[in-house]
Design a protein around this ligand. Sequence first.
Ligand code: NAD
Ligand code: WQD
Length: 348
Amino acid sequence: MEKTILVTGGAGYIGSHTCVELLESGYQVVVIDNLSNSSAEALERVFTISGKKPIFIEGDVRNRALLDKIFVDFPIDAVIHFAGLKAVGESCQMPLAYYDNNINSTLTLCQAMEQAGVKNLVFSSSATVYGDPETLPLTEDMPLSATNPYGRSKLIIEEMLRDLPEADAITQSATPWAVILLRYFNPVGAHKTGLIGEDPKDIPNNLMPFIAQVAVKRREYLSIYGDDYDTIDGTGVRDYIHVVDLAKGHVCAVENLLGSSPITGVDAINLGSGDGVSVLQMVSTFAEINQIPVPYQIAPRRSGDIAACYANACKAKKLLNWQTQLSVTDMVKDTWHWQSKNPMGYTV
Ligand code: NAD
Ligand code: WQD
């Protein structure tokens, strides 16, 4: 029988790509999203791509009554929890909003899941939980820390979720929690159709959407934050992952949870490529592959940035049989396809 997945934040950047992959893999999808950082148009386009419609409930994950109704109305088998606020700089200015949205939404969701007896969860964590790492590549057992309220909210949620199977053991629960914490590295790119992609509401904080907006002439030039790091060319190095690979990682996680030998308790898994790419390498690849200039200036380092960060992605391969398939060339090509087709994002 068709399995049903509840996707919180499913209208967002990673959520919408994951909806496509879930629908194309034969799952029924129910989305809850308050559209605070997204557009319902993204879900229309998910339908155009996949030929299947996710069921959309507009609302807030902190609304317990609404969640309870969703679990009564739909035969949910597992939940993927994307909903949350994600801008690091903004989180420093309004920490309470971040703790409220990110932590309370997870708390409310888990309470509703427990009441409904649905205890399979995939949670959107982040490589930010490794803080400023001492050694690279990053394995899941390395020390965790937070350098800003956004990262701290992810860390607190990870710890909170780790208490749930402990309680199952004490109470000898017949339906124990199975939770996969997916720690994403740097998601970029867009669906190959150019129909869905990243659509920042304000000035982009992240590198790739900024490059794309410079290329489409919405912004004059890119500021490269620092060229004096101890890296290949002095600019920051990150592990970029194509959003479609990332979305497929979620399908693999759900398949693990609903399969014959699921993980037990809570397990953290890196989703990254394992390769480090510098800012200058990304800018020049974008310009060369797309044959479009990306003017830039070197600027001072951005406060809170680290020199380099990339994953050891072996655990994902071993437990989920997942690895990245798309290259940096695919990332820049698909980003430009989306941006040039939708210069103002979903706003037309
Ligand atoms: P996004 O902002 O595009 O998507 C989040 C979605 O959640 C949006 O559609 C928003 O409207 C919705 N939302 C927010 N708060 C809500 C609430 N209380 N109730 C209902 N809906 C709510 O962000 P994204 O890039 O798709 O990120 C998804 C998740 O992945 C987030 O949890 C984020 O922290 C995490 N993550 C993102 C990145 C990244 O670089 N994009 C990296 C690591 C982890
Ligand atoms: C990448 C590199 C910048 C913008 C952030 C969050 C992290 C995760 C992913 C959610 C760095 C440089 C950037 C620009 C630049 N999100 N840069 N000019 O900082 O690795 O990670 O997003 O979980 O938590 O911290 O990503 O894309 O902002 O930066 O030079 O205009 O590009 O200095 O070296 P980051 P990013």
